[in-house]
Write a protein that binds this ligand. Structure first.
Ligand code: ADP
Ligand code: MG
Length: 371
């Protein structure tokens, strides 16, 4: 009787972005009473940690308010996706986590964020690689001051392999190393895919904890073939706060969530969040809009990983080829470190809550007891 009463109360709760309540949409799998403890089983359809915390808090709140103000509740929450991640490509041997950095639009700071996250990971002690997959506008060689580097090759088990270039302890590959930065590169779709495949597969990456992939902007051919080519562990989205950038983010997120792609989105980073003058950090000018990306992340129910203001030294650091994350005790370096830590946190959560991306496996959701 109590169970029915409680289920009725819980019908008032919905997850953000869902049209059904948590009973109808089977988020609430089951509940039972064990002495004076209420045991609640939840099935979550998103690996986002903040969503789980939110729903658990909401349930606790409504139970205390409408059922029993002293009730103790024990949660058993598991992530159960409708479809498990699908990737047709082979893994890259020795590479543990492959994280793509994506954006809707160009010019939002995707390469800047990729380079700074990669450097921050290396500073945290992780073996890190950086692949510049922006075939049409490779900017990583300039940002890491290795524009004139030309990768050597080596023979491994009878196969010719490209040796990534070392920059600040990172293993780096970019189309820029092969085409030259001043040369206009006009690859047609299939050609670009072929070149990209070569960069990924014919490289001797060695043992890496992380391979960060700087994707080209948008949702085109390269994205699709990249996603079919390598088992991306997850993707991080970078956006500026203005509407015009965010509308393209919606398309990107939709693409990553497509059934045929299904790469988990770890979260969103808001770049160029505001501007403030040196020495006056309290005065923040929201040039491109106020917290647009942060609010948009919550609307799309993806975690928010942090904001980076417009800082002149970030641009200068990129231009001289020494990412801001390498600076000692600066606001920019600390901010990139915080965002990287948050990203790793989400990644650990992703890796423990859902299986690795692998060949096609589709699970259907069975009915739940609470319904
Ligand atoms: N937070 C920031 N503050 C100042 N300049 C930035 C910031 N983020 C990016 N930039 C600058 O903006 C320009 C575009 O950034 P970039 O990383 O190349 O964008 P994308 O890869 O998305 O095209 C670069 O000159 C970069 O130095
Ligand atoms: Mg770029």
């Amino acid at each position: 009787m109590y169970k029915d009463q409680l289920i009725k109360i819980l019908r008032a709760l919905k997850l953000p972005g869902s049209k059904d309540n948590i009973v109808k949409d089977c988020t609430l799998e089951d509940l039972s009473f064990e002495g004076n403890v209420i045991s609640i089983k939840l099935n979550l359809k998103s690996p986002a940690m903040h969503l789980r915390k939110k729903i658990e808090q909401d349930i606790l709140h409504i139970i205390h308010e409408r059922f029993d103000s002293k009730a103790q509740v024990k949660f058993h929450s598991q992530v159960k996706l409708h479809t498990l991640p699908l990737i047709r490509g082979m893994e890259i041997s020795g590479v543990k986590n492959i994280i793509a950095i994506a954006s809707g639009k160009g010019g939002v700071g995707k390469s800047t964020v990729s380079a700074n996250i990669a450097v921050s990971l290396a500073m945290m002690g992780f073996k890190t690689g950086l692949l510049d997959a922006d075939i049409y506008g490779p900017s990583i060689p300039l940002m890491l001051d290795v524009e004139s580097a030309r990768p050597l090759s080596t023979n491994i088990n009878g196969k010719e392999k490209i040796i990534p270039v070392d920059a600040y302890g990172l293993s780096v590959l970019s189309m820029g190393f092969f085409a030259g930065s001043s040369q206009a590169v006009i690859w047609r779709g299939p050609m670009a895919t072929k070149v990209l495949r070569k960069l990924i597969r014919d490289a001797h990456w060695g043992e890496l904890d992380f391979l960060i992939v700087d994707l080209p902007p948008g949702t085109g051919d390269i994205h699709l073939s990249l996603m079919q080519e390598i088992p991306l562990t997850a993707v991080v989205i970078v956006s500026t706060p203005q509407k015009i950038a965010l509308s393209d983010v919606r398309k990107s997120v939709a693409m990553f969530h497509m059934e045929a792609i299904n790469v988990p989105v770890l979260g969103m980073i808001e770049n160029m969040a505001y501007f403030s003058l040196e020495g006056q950090p309290e005065l923040q000018y929201p040039i491109f809009g106020n917290k647009g990306a942060q609010e948009f992340a919550s609307e799309l129910t993806i975690p928010f990983l942090g904001e980076i203001p417009i800082i002149q030294s970030i641009r200068e650091a990129s231009d001289v080829g020494r990412p801001a994350a390498l600076q000692k005790n600066t606001f920019a370096a600390e901010r990139f470190m915080e965002i990287t830590k948050k990203t790793v946190e989400q990644l650990v959560y992703r890796n423990t809550s859902i299986p690795p991306t692998e060949a096609l496996r589709i699970t259907t959701m069975a009915g739940c007891k609470a319904k």
